[in-house]
Design a protein around this ligand. Structure first.
Ligand code: RIB
Length: 305
């Protein structure tokens, strides 16, 4: 295996609407779709669809959603030997609201993802040791994330930490042990308490984190592209212009594709450029994983963009 994702899976319940109800009000929404999601699973699927050899360490509930989650991961080419059931729990679910501007608002109910523990990393240790890269997010317990980072350091495996959803009490010392720290602008704002409206503000907020000892900070900025900051150097990748219909899961598409390209070439700017285009391609379709192209479809997209 090249890449391991130690993280979440969720069932995405996506409502397409411009208006959310007030207290006591019932509103009709025009459209709805159900799909496989979760930041961890999305990143695993994006990397696998691009041709990566990917395994997941994850927990599903013991409900009717679980078998479908596992089968979906397998169909997308993800190794599920270490996706196990947490008895007596529901699977993670994510009600998502997407408006006409293609912007998303996401609620998560972590369910079984809360039961992913350090012991699950120990159980997968032999398989994990063969990986070049581990990807982590924050939809599982923080103690498991920290344990995974220490495991990776001990075995000389590279780590990407995507601090999503952002938690203000994230221990930055652990972020500093990672090779890549990859927030979006909203997460950067929560983590630093600094404004991120303009590119200059983003850079100042980024510098405040770098000063605390981060190695590589890659900030995804949605329609404004992405930014890699390390030491004193700043590298900006312009966005690929597309007509977005649903931005849900675009950040995960970026990270999954970036991870695959990084393992392949080790070239960070090239990996960012591919990841940026891959995320752009994903926002032209509805849903999260469902909108991720495979390598062939992505190549066709690149030919015309
Ligand atoms: O990043 C998008 C993802 O966030 C969705 O798939 C949802 O499940 C939540 O985890």
């Amino acid at each position: 295996m090249d890449i391991a994702v130690i993280g979440s899976n969720m069932v995405d319940l996506i409502t397409y609407t411009n208006q959310l109800p007030k207290a006591g009000e019932t509103l009709e929404a025009p459209d709805f779709a159900i799909g496989c999601g979760g930041k961890g699973a999305n990143q695993a699927v994006a990397a696998a669809k691009m041709g990566g050899s990917v395994m997941m360490v994850s927990k599903v509930g013991d409900d009717l959603f679980a078998p479908n989650t596992v089968v979906n991961l397998q169909q997308q080419g993800v190794d599920t030997r270490f996706v196990t059931t947490a008895p007596g729990t529901s699977s993670g679910v994510a009600p998502i609201f997407v408006d006409d501007e293609s912007q998303n608002r996401i609620l998560i109910i972590k369910g079984a993802n809360q039961q992913l523990k350090p012991a699950d990393i120990d159980a997968a240790a032999d398989a994990l040791k063969s990986c070049q890269l581990i990807i982590l997010q924050l939809e599982i317990p923080l103690e498991t994330v920290y344990y995974a980072i220490d495991f990776a350091r001990q075995h000389d495996i590279k780590v990407i930490l995507n601090p999503a959803p952002a938690v203000a009490d994230l221990n930055i010392d652990y972020a500093c042990k990672c090779d890549f720290f990859m927030p979006n602008e909203t997460e950067l704002e929560i983590l630093t308490g600094m404004p991120v409206t303009t590119d200059e503000e983003v850079k100042l907020a980024g510098q405040s984190l770098l000063k605390r000892g981060l190695k590589n900070l890659i900030i995804t900025l949605g329609g404004r592209g992405s930014l890699w900051m390390s030491g004193d150097s700043v590298h900006q990748v312009a966005p690929t212009a597309v007509k977005a219909v649903d931005t849900s899961g675009a950040g995960d598409a970026f990270i999954g594709c970036f991870a695959h390209e990084l393992v392949k070439s080790g070239d960070i700017p090239a990996a960012m450029a591919q990841a940026s285009a891959y995320a752009a391609c994903s926002v032209t379709g509805r849903g999260t994983q469902r909108s991720y192209p495979d390598a062939e479809t992505f190549q066709r997209f690149l030919n015309v963009h």
